[in-house]
Design a protein around this ligand. Structure first.
Ligand SMILES: Cc1ncc(COP(=O)(O)O)c(C=O)c1O
Length: 409
């Protein structure tokens, strides 16, 4: 069976160019970068070259980049490091309801250590309001952490405005840019952020490597790892050299291709959204209509379970996801969809399709051959559909622009 991968926000395949660059650091160049001999010096040089590439990709200076094990560690390190050094100045942290669990669970753990957390709401498109941030700031606020774009519904936040507001009050600003690098421009100076998280496996690099940007002069203290003096005392532990080299190459390629790839993905994404909305009734697009990632389409299908759709799609060879990759497996609907005001029943019927550089228009065509019959079959079996038969007919008139139709085209 031919398989089509539509889950690039969960992870991406390693690009051949990236693999080629990293593999010799698994075999030939195996030295410990801390060693003073030739074997160590070769890999130390490779790490510093990779650091330059990562820095260049986001408009930073190389010494502002710390390599980590991925997005989760970078988020933890950013938030914890700012909280710990500033705790005598203030104990208030602001974040948003749609953050990844790497942020939400980190602030939750800090709330047990005397920090007060404000979680900003989002509107129906998943967008944070700058006025809500202004109203939440107090003289105890030390950190604002709001993601650049959301992994589940693709909405891009107004980071420049949010960061400018925080900075005008002298508050440190962190953003999780795991989903945006390579999809939209990510420039730390343009965005005005102090700390920024990125991850290798979302940009055609390997899993287990990421980076944290820390603007020079930011009040931040390494407080999670205790060990050696690697990464200029900012992250102890022998460096993941192949991963770091791969991260450098993946960042270089992602930025080189920014002027073509996102436009290509957006074309595919718009075709997919149009066809789903034209051909499958009782369906909504979730997320912002325009301020969204170019490769990202997410939907709710009334009267069916996202998991049943995923399994049926998988049996036909299509890999998609429901909600966040990290929370699927749980029966709870996604916290992101619920925070956008989407009712429980609808949130359960959500799927996310995230396109990548290897997807072709024909993949959308073959998806549209299987998806409408899957939805029809699952709805026919669904007790929810039977209960709502009357409502479908009278309220929505098969979604032909009735006032009550909430589809968001
Ligand atoms: C927005 C966001 N932040 C953080 C992470 C975690 O990154 P990693 O898998 O590299 O730990 C993810 C992964 O899904 C993500 O989408």
């Amino acid at each position: 069976m031919q398989r089509v991968y539509f889950d690039h926000s969960a992870t991406t395949p390693v690009r051949p160019e990236v693999f080629e660059e990293m593999q010799k650091y698994l075999t030939d160049y195996f030295g410990n970068p801390t060693s003073l001999h030739y074997f160590g010096r070769v890999v130390r040089k490779a790490i510093e070259e990779a650091r330059e590439k990562v820095a260049r990709a986001i408009g930073a200076q190389p010494n502002e980049i710390v390599f980590t094990s991925g997005g989760t560690e970078s988020d933890n390190m950013a938030i914890h490091g700012v909280a710990m050094i500033n705790k005598n100045r203030g104990n208030h942290i602001i974040t948003s309801a749609v953050e990844h669990h790497a942020v939400l669970n980190t602030v939750k753990s800090l709330s047990k250590q005397g920090f007060t957390i404000t979680i900003l709401p989002v509107d129906k498109h998943g967008m944070v309001d700058v006025d809500d941030l202004a109203n939440a700031i107090t003289d105890k606020t030390i950190l604002v952490t709001i993601m650049h774009a959301n992994n589940e519904m693709g909405t891009i936040q107004p980071i420049k405005e949010l960061a400018a507001l925080a900075k005008s009050k002298g508050i440190t600003f962190h953003t999780d840019a795991v989903q945006t690098l390579g999809k939209i421009p990510v420039d730390v100076n343009e965005l005005g952020v102090d700390l920024l998280t990125i991850s290798g496996h979302k940009i055609y690099g390997p899993k287990g490597i990421g980076a944290l940007y820390i603007r020079k002069g930011t009040r931040w203290r390494q407080s999670l790892f205790h060990g050696g003096a690697q990464e200029k005392l900012r992250r102890s532990g022998t460096e993941n050299v192949p991963g770091i080299v791969a991260m450098g190459k993946a960042c270089e390629l992602a930025v080189q291709e920014l002027d073509q790839e996102p436009a290509y993905l957006k074309g595919l994404r718009d075709k997919l959204i149009k066809e789903v909305m034209d051909r499958i009734p009782h369906t909504r697009v979730t997320g912002h209509p325009t301020m969204r990632l170019p490769n990202h389409a997410s939907f709710t299908f009334e009267f069916i379970e996202g998991e049943s759709m995923l399994l049926s799609l998988d049996m036909k060879g299509f890999a998609a996801s429901s909600g966040s990759a990290c929370t699927s497996g749980s029966l709870e609907p996604s916290h992101v969809l619920l925070s956008m005001g989407i009712p429980h029943e609808l949130a359960h019927g959500s799927i996310r399709i995230t396109l990548g550089r290897d997807n072709k228009p024909e993949d959308i065509d073959s998806f549209m051959e299987v998806m409408p019959p899957i939805v029809e079959r699952l709805r026919a079996m669904s007790p929810l559909d039977q209960e709502n038969e009357f409502a479908i007919e009278s309220d929505c008139v098969s979604c032909k622009a009735s006032d009550t139709c909430q589809r968001q085209v």
